[in-house]
Design a protein around this ligand. Structure first.
Ligand SMILES: CC(C)(COP(=O)(O)OP(=O)(O)OC[C@H]1O[C@@H](n2cnc3c(N)ncnc32)[C@H](O)[C@@H]1OP(=O)(O)O)[C@@H](O)C(=O)NCCC(=O)NCCS
Length: 231
């Protein structure tokens, strides 16, 4: 009988450094993930960080509305729509085995663009300990070293100093501002987003030893020829 990892190769991916490990979200992670969101995500005094306030939905387990049902659809969609021309790696972040947040990688037409976008968050209790910086460094390093990406892009709402600091510490440089719409609990609001971009030339690597498992089967699954990131 095949293993789950052989059936769906993204499950074989494991990126780790010290006590921090990134793996693709499994259904078994959901109870811990839901509990983490319930404990709060937003940093006090900083702007709402996401396009939609999914983390501030009323907590209504077992109901078709509210959290977690509203977020389950999104998490499962990332898996269900995984394909070479557009993929989203929803990576669960564990520190010392405890689920502390999520680090997403998303690409469209990667074979042609070599461009990856990232997004991330940590439960409030796990912020401010360097994990946000390390998980972003691991995701970017994986994209450059294992997938042959030439650019990783991200963005943060102007005023999100924590995310700005993570970007700066990972080697991102500013890439323009744009006006975007956020779906908050108060309705649709316009906010300024700072776009940021990192290339192998500016990337700041994590200090510790990085281990990656499952990259080869993932590349095959996504039809990615690994080329040097700066080729
Ligand atoms: C953004 C986030 C992932 C950062 O993770 P983290 O583990 O808290 O960050 P780190 O501990 O690695 O700290 C990185 C830097 O941010 C700074 N920082 C953290 N919180 C801050 C705050 N509230 N205000 C200003 N700077 C802050 C730290 O001082 C640190 O910089 P330094 O080392 O130069 O002092 C986390 O705060 C989070 O999940 N926020 C809510 C969701 C979010 O904003 N996601 C990003 C969407 S673009």
């Amino acid at each position: 009988m095949l293993t789950l990892e052989e059936i769906f190769p993204p499950f074989a991916l494991r990126i780790s450094c010290g006590s921090v490990e990134l793996r693709v979200l499994r259904d078994l992670d959901l109870p811990e993930l839901v509990e983490l969101v319930r404990g709060g995500v937003r940093v006090p005094d900083l702007p709402m960080p996401f396009l939609q306030a999914w983390h501030e939905q009323p907590f209504e387990p077992g109901s078709p509305d509210g959290f977690p049902t509203t977020s389950l659809g999104w998490w499962w969609t990332q898996r269900a729509t995984f394909a070479p021309d557009e993929w989203r790696l929803a990576l669960v972040v564990r520190r010392d085995g405890v689920l502390v947040g999520m680090q997403d990688l998303h690409a469209q037409d990667f074979a042609q663009t070599r461009h990856v976008m990232t997004g991330s968050w940590l439960g409030r209790a796990h912020q401010g300990r360097g994990t946000g910086t390390l998980m972003r460094q691991l995701a970017v390093g994986f994209a450059f070293d294992e997938l042959g990406a030439s650019q990783c892009e991200s963005g943060y709402i102007v005023g999100n100093h924590a995310s700005a600091a993570v970007s700066r510490k990972t080697g991102y440089v500013d890439n323009g501002r744009r006006r975007i719409v956020q779906l908050t609990r108060q309705g649709r609001v316009g906010v300024d987003e700072q776009r940021v971009i990192v290339t192998p030339a500016t990337f700041v690597r994590p200090v510790g030893q990085v281990t990656v498992e499952g990259a080869e089967v993932l590349r095959r699954f996504l039809a990615i020829d690994r080329e040097p990131a700066d080729s």
